[in-house]
Ligand binder design. Structure first.
Ligand SMILES: [Zn+2]
Length: 61
């Protein structure tokens, strides 16, 4: 359950009245504007986790 990303607001109208869509897989529907949408995880950003440049030095990009 915790692996599922849940939106807090509708990206279209900003309402909070969201409920899971029956198609599942990150699909939600907004009761306020009657839109259905899907959340999709695209992957991690290539820049990765921000590092402290002063720790452990050496590598420069
Ligand atoms: Zn909406």
């Amino acid at each position: 359950m915790s692996e599922r990303a849940a939106p807090f607001y509708c990206p279209y109208c900003g309402d909070e009245d969201l409920r899971p869509n029956e198609t599942g897989h990150g699909a939600w529907e907004c009761a306020a504007c009657n839109r259905a949408f899907q959340l999709k995880f695209l992957g991690l950003l290539t820049r990765g986790v921000r590092r402290d440049p002063n720790s452990d030095g050496g590598e420069e990009i």
